[in-house]
Write a protein that binds this ligand. Structure first.
Ligand code: CA
Length: 367
């Protein structure tokens, strides 16, 4: 009886989720191609160390959710970087079909396709809530799928980090001169913006970040926010914690190999995509909670940590660098222009609401 109740609940959940995504493209094989009781076995690679908090854990949760929703008929085996040894190899793994599914951040793959840079977060751009609205309601996810289709992949959101901090710095930044020659781990478009004002951006896998900062291989780094930064120990070697500008709401992404998906019955593909959508929501919530929890710990237990905002002149120079780069991107290709313009027009509309909604609320109740 207990079992029946559990199954009924899951069935209702599955129905609710299916209706939420009824506009998902369906080009799948008919149900008859997979026997009803056959177990579908799929492989997934994510770009984090095994058990990595939140980012890696959410993928383990995804695999469990898929198994539950399919009543055990879909099994997803998850490999971390401990197994496949390639933190930035997820794009190629899924494109080639070496893995059926991947989870990583799209902006790590600007070298594979420069248009992939636009689908994680952009400097001075949308917050998590604004950007999720763009993805789901403003055409963003369709644009991402248009880009990834060229690489034999489909994509779904993978979870948002919320506002990211500007990073941990060994020395205080008082002027633009302090950024010149500064070696900083900062990926994606933010890295290009830093380069535009004379900084030296680099990307380094999660497992090597602390050592790089401790040994002075880099002068600064950005990672995520308190929720993920605290356990990395950066506060021990770089006391200046700057507030955010470059990643105001970074979305992770699930990548699906098109050939693998085409072999699946509709119900299985629907579960895979809707479980990703639900996992994305759950990760977004758990990251916010971890940020609040760990900021409480940092602010109460590590008085050496100094929260700083970049001086207005530095922000103005970064904004100009960003604007110049976006113009160059628009000129690069019609696709880039389409994405940049879509982001800009959605930001304008969404921000007007944020300003009279959240922002006015926060300002009016601040004192
Ligand atoms: Ca980051």
């Amino acid at each position: 009886m207990k079992n029946m109740t559990r199954r009924s609940t899951l069935a209702v959940c599955a129905l609710l989720l299916l209706s939420a995504c009824s506009n998902q493209e369906t080009t799948n094989a008919p149900d008859s191609q997979v026997a009803k009781q056959e177990t579908i076995k799929l492989t997934l690679a994510h770009g984090w160390p095994k058990g990595y908090p939140i980012f890696g854990e959410s993928v383990e949760d995804y695999a469990k959710l898929v198994e539950q929703m399919s009543d055990g008929r879909i099994q997803v085996s998850v490999d971390s970087t401990n197994k496949h040894k390639s933190a930035f190899g997820i794009f190629d793994f899924v494109k080639s079909g070496q893995y059926d599914i991947g989870q990583s951040a799209s902006y790590y793959y600007g070298g594979k396709d420069p248009d992939a840079l636009f689908f994680s977060s952009m400097p001075f751009s949308m917050t998590a809530q604004e950007q999720q609205a763009w993805f789901y309601e403003g055409g963003g996810l369709a644009l991402a799928n248009e880009v990834y289709a060229k690489h034999n992949m489909e994509v779904m959101l993978g979870g948002n980090t919320g506002m990211q901090m500007g990073g941990w710095f060994r020395k205080e930044i008082n002027s633009l001169d302090d950024l010149k020659g500064l070696k900083m781990r900062i990926p994606g478009f933010g890295g290009k913006v830093i380069a535009g004002v004379g900084g030296v951006p680099t990307n380094i896998p999660a497992g090597e970040l602390y050592q790089s900062l401790e040994r002075g291989t880099i002068d600064a780094l950005e990672w995520v926010g308190p929720g993920l930064d605290l356990r990395m120990g950066f506060h021990k070697v770089a006391p200046y914690y700057y507030t955010g500008w470059h990643e105001p709401g970074t979305e992770l992404m699930y990548f699906f190999n098109k050939d693998s998906m085409a072999k699946l019955p509709k119900w299985a593909k629907s579960i895979l995509f809707n479980a990703a959508r639900l996992t994305s929501y759950n990760m977004t919530t758990s990251t916010f909670a971890a940020n609040a929890e760990n900021w409480n710990t940092i602010s109460s237990q590590y008085p050496n940590v100094q929260v700083k905002q970049f001086p207005p002149k530095v922000i103005a120079a970064l904004k100009q660098s960003n604007a110049d780069l976006l113009e160059a991107e628009r000129a690069r290709s019609p696709m880039a222009q389409k994405i940049v313009d879509s982001r800009a027009s959605y930001l304008k509309k969404a921000r007007a609401w944020t300003e009279i909604g959240d922002q006015s609320y926060l300002e009016s109740v601040a004192n």
